[in-house]
Design a protein around this ligand. Structure first.
Ligand code: DAH
Length: 350
């Protein structure tokens, strides 16, 4: 009897295994599982007529039925795990992203040549202990001219064609206005060391002049400041900005807010002074205006000219950028043409 039960279990197991081999989907598995273990499955059937059996047969049938049920459950579970694993692997494979594909290029901006020069100037002067200051662009006649020794009706006003908003206010024509503001704001009337880069405006419009342009001003006030300090400072500036071999020369000039006043030239950094188109064959390039702060300017902004002296200088930022980067037309600096700006790649401008 027992042998027969054993044989039958082996047969069923074989049959299950054979069926399982053919199964490829989870759905098929459910159907096949029902064939053996479902309500009317052949393994379930084994214990259907237990009540009619003798106690020994009952025990035997029960034992062998449980045995084959366990075997069947294990086989179906194993197959289910395998099918699920296969399905998952297939899905993962289908959804693989080819990370070797070239990505789309991200457009990187570049630093505007104007800002590049300003950053260089600021870094240099901060390293020498200067403050970087700001002033209003809509300025009063008083700060833009009168406090700088340019009273109403002074002929020098003719050289700065201005945008007046009303009789008192104008768009500042020069950053020199910040000189007056800084001296006035310094309550202790002590030493000053500052630069102030910013926007300035004049009624100009051609290849080398724009209605808007940038200037930066430098101002140093202390006891015993001399023209030699100015020369040394400008030499350092010219060499750092334009190259270590740059020479500086002073020519006498006139500005109402400085006495003496000088025009400062630098040796041409393109041809090293030999003569080229940039320096118009003179070997020198006009860089900036400067001088010793006029006693009237010190006085009108609350400083005692008997105690303090100082120097000041001012220049156009666009001009510097145009010379340094060979830019032929100042208007290119303000028209935001991507083709122009793209040329100033981050690396190139290092
Ligand atoms: N403000 C002058 C201009 O716009 C430039 C200048 C000259 C500034 C001499 C100065 C200076 O501080 O001392 O032309």
């Amino acid at each position: 009897m027992e042998k027969e039960y054993e044989k039958r279990n082996i047969e069923i197991e074989k049959e299950i295994k054979k069926d399982l081999e053919k199964i490829v989907t989870l759905n098929d598995l459910v159907v096949t599982k029902a064939k053996y273990l479902g309500k009317n499955g052949c393994i379930t059937e084994l214990t259907k007529n237990m009540k009619d059996l003798s106690p020994e047969e009952k025990a035997l049938t029960g034992r062998f039925a449980t045995e084959i049920r366990n075997i069947a459950n294990t086989l179906f579970m194993e197959k289910e795990t395998k099918l699920k694993e296969e399905a998952l692997n297939k899905k993962l494979q289908e959804e693989t992203i080819d990370i070797t594909l070239p990505s789309c290029k991200i457009k990187k901006g570049s630093i505007h040549p104007f800002n590049k020069i300003v950053t260089e100037i600021e870094d240099l002067f901060v390293s020498m202990g200067y403050d970087v200051l700001d002033g209003p662009e809509l300025e009063t006649d008083e700060y833009c001219f009168q406090r700088l020794n340019i009273p109403l009706g002074h002929p020098v006003r003719d050289t700065q064609d201005s945008f007046y908003v009303d009789v008192d206010y104008l768009l500042r024509t020069q950053t020199s206005s910040v000189q007056a503001r800084t001296m006035e704001a310094n309550k202790e009337k002590g030493p000053i060391r500052m630069i102030c880069p910013g926007k300035t405006y004049r009624r100009d419009d051609d290849a080398t002049h724009s209605h808007q342009f940038g200037q930066f001003e430098g101002l140093v006030i202390d006891e015993h400041i001399t023209l030699a300090d100015l020369k040394g400072t400008l030499e350092v500036m010219a060499r750092k900005l334009l190259g270590e071999k740059t020479n500086v020369r002073f020519r006498p000039s006139y500005f109402p807010f400085t006495e003496p006043s000088v025009e400062v030239d630098v040796s041409c950094f393109k041809c090293n002074g030999k003569g080229c188109s940039l320096c118009k064959n003179t070997g020198w390039i006009e860089l900036l205006g400067a001088g010793m702060v006029h006693p009237n300017v010190l006085k009108s902004n609350g400083y005692d000219p008997n105690k303090y002296t100082g120097f000041a200088f001012g220049t156009g930022i666009d001009r510097l950028a145009m010379m340094k980067y060979n830019i032929p037309d100042i208007r290119l600096m303000y028209t935001n043409d991507i083709r122009f700006l793209k040329q100033f790649d981050r690396k190139e401008l290092k």
